[in-house]
Design a protein around this ligand. Structure first.
Ligand code: BES
Ligand code: MN
Ligand code: ZN
Length: 505
């Protein structure tokens, strides 16, 4: 099993063993901490010989002369691929690149945490550490042997987590800052684990049990069964799950961190289709295995609730996830069926593969009706069309409130979980009018992501609301400095940042 490193923080002192890592700026500019060591081992000469300029990449000097440790690793402080951010994201990316260069180290690793512009502040140091954790994450629990384990010894070594000591100017400050950064990284990792897990292991009931584990952190949990959801009239959600032998669930998570218990909460709602076959409107076979990730929205909400609770965010937050499996079966819902949502709106099912919006219709309405939140943000792997529009680099943002849209956009630029606003409006809304019911669940060939968003908007009333279509970013997204796995954990850092910047009191 892949192990996350054990990270500690210490003041500057002499290193006697293992690997020493130094960040290097362009033109080989070094911080004060690294300067002394670099001179002793003849770093500049080695860098010149290797053609390493500090602009990108890394350089290793093994068994360096004049010191007791075994290896000096220089890592470029900045990278060409770096996303524009507020500095924190760049620090996380640096941590990720450091991890990639030292992950196979045999002994302990020490990072001398200062850069060309001076000593790193505690938040930067904490972000570097969190970046290491996120890059170190692997989902290899089902791999009984690994390619790079050539003998039994290597595999034993791997069972022990690598210990990383970060030497920095303000070690107690960094340790404190890391508590929050680590809570957020754990939230991302929880989301990734849920998305990577195959659907034979993680059904609606198992997902609900995983989310219930948050009660350990003081999150209040309620799990609604089909019987309770039937009473509430959630026939849009229940219709999606009726072709599966596995029962649907809805989980309500509540974190009360605001000073006032009665402060209006913020709310997050996630699509949790544990597997999407398409139902009777069955999908083609190619890449259907990816549909185990059709619960990335619910995974993000769960990871976010973990992050908020673990860092004791001063906010009242609600997380609601709708958990179903979309299967074809004798009991499955048909095209042409008409269902009544909890709101009373009637929906004609045109395509049983447009199921996410049906789940969210009831989850959104229930959340707003019961909790009257300041705003609600939902996340969903909702449409293939958002991949056509935005690719894998940005999630689609649909929003009925300019302030909320601005907050989400800015948090996206800062964290690297980027979004791009898409339009809503009457011209699109009319495309979901139905011949037989109030609305239908698809809007035709064009503007597929927008008509899906229009459908959701029918269930949110006047509440400030944002929908993030994460079909392109939540799974199967390209690797980055801080992600080397199929499931990115998209949205946890984004929404944690929105809460931290605007809603904590
Ligand atoms: N879960 C899919 C969307 C999806 C596609 C997510 C690719 C991730 C990658 C969703 O339930 C779906 O099937 N949407 C349909 C809607 C259509 C039937 C109107 C789609 O996008 O084709
Ligand atoms: Mn579908
Ligand atoms: Zn789906």
């Amino acid at each position: 099993m892949a192990q996350l490193p054990k990270i500690g923080f210490k003041p500057l002192s002499k290193v006697e063993s293992g690997t020493v890592v130094i960040p290097v700026g362009a033109k080989l500019k070094l911080g004060k901490f690294a300067g002394g060591v670099a001179e002793t081992v003849g770093f500049e000469k080695a860098a010149e010989a290797a053609g390493f300029t500090g602009a990108s990449g890394s350089l290793n000097i093994y068994a360096p002369a004049g010191v007791k440790f075994d290896r000096l690793t220089a890592v470029a402080e900045h990278s060409k691929s770096e996303q524009i951010g507020d500095g924190q994201d760049a620090a996380m990316a640096l941590g990720g690149r450091i991890w990639a260069t030292i992950s196979k180290s045999k002994g302990p690793v020490t990072l001398l945490a200062d850069g060309q512009e001076g000593e790193y502040d505690p938040e930067t140091v904490a972000a570097i550490a969190a970046g290491m954790l996120l890059r170190a994450y692997k989902f290899d629990k089902y791999q009984t042997s690994s390619d790079d384990e050539d003998d039994g010894k290597a595999s034993k070594l791997k069972d022990k987590p690598l210990s990383v000591t970060i030497q920095c100017a303000d070690a107690p400050g960094a340790k404190k800052a890391f508590k929050s950064a680590e809570a957020i990284a754990e939230g991302v990792i929880i989301a990734r684990d849920l998305v990577n897990e195959p659907a034979n292991i993680l059904g609606p009931v198992e997902f609900a049990a995983k989310a219930s584990e948050l009660s350990r952190l003081g999150v209040e949990i309620e799990v609604l069964t089909p019987k309770e959801m039937t009473k509430l009239g959630m026939r849009a959600l229940l219709g999606v799950g009726q072709g599966s032998p596995r029962e649907s669930r809805m989980v309500v998570m509540r974190w009360n961190g605001a000073k006032s218990k009665s402060a209006k909460p913020v709310a997050f709602v996630g699509k949790g289709v544990v597997f999407d076959t398409g139902g009777i409107s069955i999908k083609p076979a190619a890449s259907m295995e990816d549909m185990k990730g059709d619960m990335a929205g619910a995974a993000c909400v769960t990871g976010l609730m973990h992050a908020l609770a673990a860092r004791k965010a001063k906010v009242n937050a609600i997380g609601v996830i709708g958990l179903v499996e979309n299967m074809p079966d004798g009991a499955a819902q048909r095209p042409g069926d008409i269902v009544t949502a909890m709101s009373g709106t009637t929906i004609e099912i045109i395509n049983t593969d447009a199921e996410g919006r049906l789940v969210l219709a009831d989850a959104l309405y229930y959340t707003i009706d019961r909790f009257k939140p300041q705003f609600v943000v939902n996340l969903a792997t909702l449409t293939g069309a958002i991949l056509v529009a935005l690719g894998t680099a940005r999630a689609g943002l649909f929003c009925n409130d300019d302030d909320l849209a601005g907050q989400l956009f800015e948090a996206g630029e800062a964290t690297g979980d980027k979004v791009w606003r898409m339009p809503l409006g009457e011209a699109y809304d009319k495309l979901i009018k139905s011949k037989f019911a109030d609305i239908k669940n698809t809007g035709g060939r064009y503007a597929g992501s927008i008509t899906a968003a229009q459908f959701l908007q029918r269930f949110v009333g006047e509440t400030p609301w944002a929908h993030l279509d994460i079909a392109g970013t939540g799974m199967s997204s390209p690797s980055s400095d801080i992600s080397d796995t199929w499931a990115s954990g998209f949205g946890v850092r984004l929404l944690d940042r929105v809460v931290a910047d605007h809603y904590e009191k």
